[in-house]
Design a protein around this ligand. Structure first.
Ligand code: FVH
Length: 299
């Protein structure tokens, strides 16, 4: 595989521009292409080379980083580069699904290219620093061949040959964030409705949040082993508080759906005979049965 300091960046939105700028500043010969050409101007001023088409951009470097809005944009762009991708390494850091990543990997293989999928957890201003986290998966040889260049982007992690794994990690991490944050917003609503200073309460939560880290690890261990200790107390005891939590929210006109769901799951687990186990054991009652068409579509 040809390793050099030549890199192509396709897509010069906020993130793609930050990636291209990082390489220009690190001394890489950086070729760029963007659908709307004017966005290349600041990078050209900084030392990048702009070309007229995505196919020309791919032809310019052994390593091609793709950073577009979404998978539809990637599909559209890939259709224009079929003739120039043979032998190239495509690293696609556009956010997308595991299914899309695997489809891109098949497309690349069919056209003689190597595919690495990527996902970014970072603000564009953090690219090029350890605060920017990049997940990668896919062609291991291609990843390792270009690892040094990819490390210039920030903290990187490789999750394995299955091209979908970087997207799995990204979507799962984002989901954990949303699940936590929507629960926090419900609670801040309740606290405010009770006349408590929301900012003070949020500060107290921020102070205690690191205490959940050992619990997260304990959950992982319990689920992997199937041995559920009474973490947070036995469900038989925890469930006694649920009606208070639900009615408290209801009394202040805060939505109770989520808390009622927690109680319903506890009730189900207890009814199955596991009331002596802890909160982590709710893992066992979370799978809903999907229809064959839902399974086929991945939804
Ligand atoms: N920006 C961020 O904070 C987040 C951080 C986490 C990860 N995301 C993902 O990064 C991908 C790119 O995001 P972005 O911030 O660069 O997005 P935009 O600034 O909106 O730029 C979008 C670029 O995509 C080009 N584009 C859109 N559609 C097409 C198309 N059909 N064909 C070719 N290019 C297309 C667009 O071109 P133009 O509008 O300038 O012509 C921009 O270059 C994204 O997956 C985030 O989820 C960023």
């Amino acid at each position: 595989m040809n390793i050099s300091n030549q890199i192509t960046v396709i897509g010069l939105g906020q993130m793609g521009s930050a990636i291209a700028r990082t390489y220009v500043e690190r001394g890489y010969h950086t070729t760029v292409w963007n659908r709307t050409p004017i966005k290349a101007a600041p990078l050209v001023d900084a030392g990048a080379t702009v070309v007229a088409s995505a196919a020309d951009a791919v032809a310019a470097s052994p390593l091609v980083i793709i950073c577009l809005l979404d998978s539809a944009a990637v599909d559209e762009m890939l259709a224009t580069i079929e003739s120039s991708v043979r032998g190239k390494v495509l690293v696609n850091v556009t956010s997308g699904s595991p299914r899309q990543a695997r489809a891109n990997e098949s497309w690349a293989r069919k056209h003689g290219a190597h595919y690495v999928d990527g996902a970014i957890m970072a603000d564009p201003s953090h690219v090029g620093t350890p605060a920017a986290m990049f997940s990668f998966s896919g062609d291991r040889d291609a990843f390792e061949a270009h690892e040094e260049a990819l490390r210039k982007l920030g903290a990187i992690e490789y999750y394995g040959e299955d091209a979908g794994l970087a997207a799995v990690e990204f979507l799962a991490q984002v989901a954990v964030g949303y699940e936590f944050l929507i629960g926090l917003l419900h609670t801040l609503n309740l606290v405010e409705a009770e006349g408590v200073d929301v900012a003070d309460f949020a500060r107290r939560v921020a102070g205690t949040i690191s205490g959940y880290a050992p619990l997260v690890n304990a959950f992982g261990t319990a689920i992997a082993s199937g041995e559920y200790t009474p973490d947070l107390g036995p469900l038989n005891v925890q469930v006694a508080l649920m009606d208070d939590l639900i009615s408290h929210r209801g009394s202040r006109s805060i939505d109770t759906t989520r808390m009622r769901e927690v109680k319903m799951l506890m009730d189900r687990r207890i009814a199955d005979g596991y009331g002596d186990q802890g909160f982590s054991s709710l893992f066992e009652v979370l799978r809903v049965s999907a229809s064959p068409s839902q399974r086929a579509s991945g939804r």
